[in-house]
Design a protein around this ligand. Structure first.
Ligand code: AMP
Length: 146
């Protein structure tokens, strides 16, 4: 754990660690050897995706360079797919470091949200219909695979 992140030790039982272990399900959009991308179940706009590294990192201070690079490359794929599926240029890329910043899950993740900074919905507030999430995940995945 780095100097900048002394307050939160990595918890192997956090919800994203459980997803990586296959202990709980997610609406997967994309996966490779270093990253996993899936639908946020309490989206701040339709099509809100999270990208996580397959590294035990609480926040940016812990992220190793190879995972940082992989996260950005996956984020780029997701953003390009969102632009196509939602027919909009504007995609918010957001990432919270520490509870003080509003971080609620302590496994590093990037938010990619087809929205504007002026129109974002409430953070981690309202769980939406999982059938719709599954459908959107499929649409995004199909564009990435094409
Ligand atoms: P943060 O507050 O930046 O740590 O963001 C955590 C995000 O994880 C929030 O946007 C939540 O809506 C989202 N979230 C929490 N639990 C789950 C879950 N089981 N599957 C997908 N997204 C989740």
């Amino acid at each position: 754990m780095s100097q900048a992140n002394q307050q939160t030790a990595y918890d192997d039982n956090n919800i994203f660690a459980k997803m990586l272990n296959g202990d709980i399900p997610c609406h997967k959009v994309y996966e490779d050897d270093k990253t996993l991308a899936f639908m946020d179940i309490m989206p701040q706009a339709e099509g809100h995706v999270l990208v996580i590294p397959k590294q035990k990192a609480v926040d940016l201070s812990d992220l190793e360079p190879e995972y940082a690079a992989a996260i950005l490359m996956t984020s780029k794929k997701i953003m390009q797919a969102q632009r196509q599926v939602f027919e909009r240029d504007g995609i918010v890329q957001m990432q919270l470091n520490g509870a003080q910043a509003g971080q609620t899950v302590f496994h590093y993740h990037v938010h990619l949200i087809p929205s504007s900074i002026h129109e974002l919905g409430r953070h981690a507030a309202i769980e939406v219909d999982h059938e719709k999430l599954a459908e959107t995940a499929k649409q995004l995945a199909a564009v990435i695979e094409a």
